[in-house]
Design a binder for this molecule. Structure first.
Ligand SMILES: Nc1ncnc2c1ncn2[C@@H]1O[C@H](COP(=O)(O)OP(=O)(O)O)[C@@H](O)[C@H]1O
Ligand SMILES: [Mg+2]
Length: 285
């Protein structure tokens, strides 16, 4: 194929040898299958600032470390320099998170460098060597759903223990590789301790995974792993191998100011109704 503009510099520098095919082009990035020596990898090319809506990301920027006060001021301002720095900070967030999470033993694609604004990483593949499907695209038995849920809750705990919340976790940002689920897509990762919205985002992340896997294993819809891990995290009692129960005593005396409970219950109810619809349809067959 014709080499995309964003990847030519990597070929010129010998970082990769060839671009084999486009994998997926989304809102914020295009992902390509590339060859580096004997290795098949993938390359994530970020779209230009102008093509992305940054205003809605402001929430994510809160609590993120930026080196140097000039940089911090520039990011705060909508100057050309500020936009440039903000874009760099945005891209680096995903790369930094990937290395940090890999080091913490979270199952993410193995990073192979960040060159000319392109992230080169392991191509997550299925048993046949083809690029892996997303979790939201695979049919699961109840046992598999429970197994994946246990594994993914553990990955979220490990992330939280390194101080990070994914922030956009869904069945579309989990790939099902030959060795099981792999978490991807980290540009919006937030600092668990430094961002006021971190708890809300963590609960949403856990709920997205639970609501989806709960359609295959409905008993998962009765679990409260997000609330449980956040309470332990806040108390300084969460460790990468902390055993969780999925139970959580809700303190009714604290008013639900952020409405998270509502959103979560709505999502769970919806998932249950869908499941009941499917059960009814299956019975009618
Ligand atoms: N390391 C990877 N291995 C295999 N496929 C990948 C990998 N990274 C991304 N993809 C594919 O590219 C798609 C888009 O990548 P993602 O990082 O989620 O970016 P975005 O959703 O912002 O466009 C994913 O849904 C997945 O299908
Ligand atoms: Mg994605």
């Amino acid at each position: 194929m014709k080499t995309p503009a964003g990847l030519q510099a990597l070929i010129d520098d010998g970082v990769i040898d060839a671009v084999l095919r486009p994998l997926k082009s989304g809102k914020e990035a295009s992902v390509y299958v590339v060859r580096a020596g004997d290795e098949i990898r993938c390359a994530k090319v970020y779209k230009d600032m102008a093509q992305r809506s940054f205003q809605q990301r402001v929430q994510y920027q809160e609590g993120r470390k930026v080196r140097g006060s000039r940089e911090a001021r520039a990011i705060g301002k909508a100057t050309k320099y500020g936009r440039k720095q903000q874009e760099t900070a945005w891209k680096n967030t995903e790369v930094d998170a990937l290395y940090q999470l890999r080091d913490a033993g979270v199952r993410v694609p193995e990073p192979h460098g960040y060159v000319h604004g392109v992230l080169v990483m392991e191509l997550v593949a299925d048993a046949e060597g083809s690029s892996a499907p997303r979790l939201g695209e695979v049919a699961l038995s109840p046992a598999q759903a429970r197994d994946y849920h246990r594994f993914l809750v553990r990955q979220i705990v490990k992330m939280l223990c390194t101080g990070l919340v994914h922030g956009d976790l869904s069945p579309y940002n989990v790939l099902v590789g030959a060795d099981g689920p792999v978490v991807i897509d980290f540009p919006q990762v937030v600092s668990a301790a430094g961002n006021n919205a971190a708890r809300t985002m963590l609960l949403r992340d856990v709920n997205n995974i639970t609501a989806y896997l709960g359609t295959s294993a409905p008993e998962l819809l009765d679990t409260w792993y997000g609330e449980e891990m956040w309470a332990l995290f806040e108390a300084g009692d969460l460790h990468p191998d902390t055993e969780l129960t999925g139970h959580f005593e809700h303190d009714e005396s604290i008013p639900d100011i952020d409405g998270v409970r509502h959103a979560i219950n709505d999502a769970r109810e919806e998932a249950l109704i869908r499941q009941q619809g499917r059960d009814a349809a299956a019975e009618a067959d």
